[in-house]
Design a protein around this ligand. Structure first.
Ligand code: NAD
Length: 475
């Protein structure tokens, strides 16, 4: 069993002030895979003090010096990719190949996106002949991340914060902290100066809240549930922190009758990927009536052929969901779908055949869903697809927008004018059409209950800066 009780503070691994053990459970086996410690106020204070102490020197370094450290980190990260993938497989149940290619790959992708954006990023922007707008790093930042895409989220926060000259305290998810610990080792190896990056493990009520309320933390960048996002915003209000939020989603995927023939299979696959644990998953499939029956058939076929199995095996199957808590929540929501009258077309409650241990969920398809049902309004965070028929373009837009969330919506149609017309009227941070993903460095973020942040590339760098105006500017 791995023991990772130490925190990374001021350039070294230190023991927690008070012992407070927490078990990390491998969701494929339900066994304890590791023991970490949950930090206390003194640990958080020590980490924030280290970050505060390191800020003047780090923020004053020429950009090229900070970029050099990030490039060195990327080299190490790529060289130790397999180790990172193994940690993610163990802590959150991403199958080996998915963990390496997608989970670890996302960290590389975002780090490269920031490095490319930095080549053109202007920290000083001349506004008039005599006025300059200067972007300063905001200061000490608290970074709170979830368990579903650990390296994706950590890189989207730590790399831009480092790049613009912020110093920081990272609190990874206590459910999936092993990748964060490894990430800290890599930054150390890359030569990040002491105090610039600090890691304290802990939970929301503990270290999470201590960071959100800390007077020396200028900003919290958070990814996770809308519930926690609201709590953090309230906790941060007294110290007037900037709060950047990446929260949940309930993506609508509008499939018009003229969509390409793979549109439904692609959408269902996307919904089930990562065992449905993605905030941008297209979990509501809205299908034009003339294609509806065929769409249900295609989605059922996808669910029934989507293998489910141990994350410790190679292959293209999906793994378990992260925890017993999430497993039970998903089971309850599947039952709720049945009780509210949706037609269970594939999957259902209980584990897939042949699996009696591990938090494995059956890929599930509900047909004849109406948008007011709980399963259409709630972020399930499991491999559960809801299919809703529609008759007109207007109705599809209305259903898609009728959600507390607005992260990613999707449109499938071969009619370019219609696809763009609909995309422009959808209320979300990202509209992906005809299966095309976001480009490297694109801003990732949402509106409404999906949050307010824009992470990645140019926008992600700006997120960690303050804008300062200087008048009667002289070179
Ligand atoms: P969560 O929001 O509780 O946890 C995410 C992170 O926030 C963790 O590091 C946690 O320790 C921390 N946290 C929790 N409460 C906090 C608080 N009050 N103050 C400061 N930090 C706090 O998410 P969860 O419990 O792991 O998952 C529950 C639900 O959240 C899921 O079902 C899913 O709907 C949603 N979720 C969304 C995303 C996303 O990317 N949008 C990611 C993870 C979870």
């Amino acid at each position: 069993m791995i023991k990772k009780r130490e925190f990374y503070i001021d350039g070294q691994w230190v023991s927690p002030v008070q012992a407070n053990d927490f078990d990390v459970i491998d969701p494929s086996t339900e066994e304890i895979a590791a023991v970490i410690s949950l930090g206390s106020q003194s640990d958080t204070d020590a980490a924030v003090a280290a970050a505060k102490g390191a800020f003047p020197a780090w923020s004053a370094l020429p950009l090229a010096e900070r970029v050099k450290v990030i490039k060195k980190f990327l080299e190490i990260y790529n060289a130790r990719a397999q180790e990172m993938a193994d940690a993610i497989t163990t802590e959150m149940g991403a199958p080996l190949d998915w963990a390496l290619e997608e989970q670890v790959g996302a960290g590389t992708w975002h780090t490269e996106g920031f490095l490319e954006a930095l080549e053109k990023f202007e920290f000083e922007r001349r506004y008039t002949d005599t006025e300059m707008h200067v972007l300063d790093p905001i200061g000490v930042v608290g970074l709170i991340t979830p368990w579903n895409w650990p390296m994706n989220q950590i890189c989207l926060k730590v790399i831009p914060a480092l790049a613009v000259g912020c110093t920081m305290v990272l609190k990874p998810s206590e459910i999936a902290p092993l990748s964060g610990v490894l990430f800290a080792e890599m930054l150390h190896e890359a030569g990040v100066p002491a105090g610039v990056f600090n890691l304290v493990n802990g939970d929301g009520p503990g270290v999470g809240t201590q960071l959100s309320t800390h007077p020396d933390v200028a900003m919290i960048s958070f990814t996770g549930s809308t519930r926690a996002g609201i709590e953090i915003s309230k906790a941060a209000a007294d110290t007037l922190k900037r709060v950047s939020l990446e929260l949940g989603g309930k993506g609508a995927n509008i499939v018009f009758a003229d969509a390409d023939e793979n549109a439904v299979t692609r959408g269902a696959m996307h919904c089930f990927n990562n065992s449905g644990q993605s905030c941008n998953a297209p979990t509501r499939m809205l299908v034009e009536r003339s294609r509806y029956d065929q769409a249900v058939e295609d989605a059922v076929k996808t669910a029934e052929t989507r293998g489910v199995g141990s994350a410790h095996e190679h292959g293209t199957h999906i793994g378990p969901v992260v925890s017993e808590l999430q497993f039970n929540k998903i089971q309850d929501l599947i039952q709720n779908g049945i009780d509210e009258g949706a037609r269970l077309a594939a999957g259902g409650t209980g584990r897939p055949a042949g699996l009696n241990r591990g938090y494995f969920v059956r890929p599930t398809v509900f047909a004849d869903v109406t948008n007011d049902m709980t399963i259409a309004q709630t972020e399930i965070f499991g491999p559960v697809l809801s299919i809703i028929p529609f008759d007109t373009e207007e109705e599809a837009i209305e259903i898609a927008n009728d959600s507390p969330y607005g992260l990613t919506h999707y449109v499938q149609s071969q009619d370019n004018a219609k696809r763009m017309r609909v995309a422009r009227r959808l209320h979300a941070g990202m509209i992906q059409t005809n299966g095309q993903g976001l480009a490297k460095g694109a801003p990732f973020g949402g509106v409404k209950a999906s949050g307010n942040g824009r992470e990645g590339g140019h926008y992600g760098l700006e997120d960690f800066c303050e804008v300062k105006v200087i008048t009667a500017y002289a070179d």
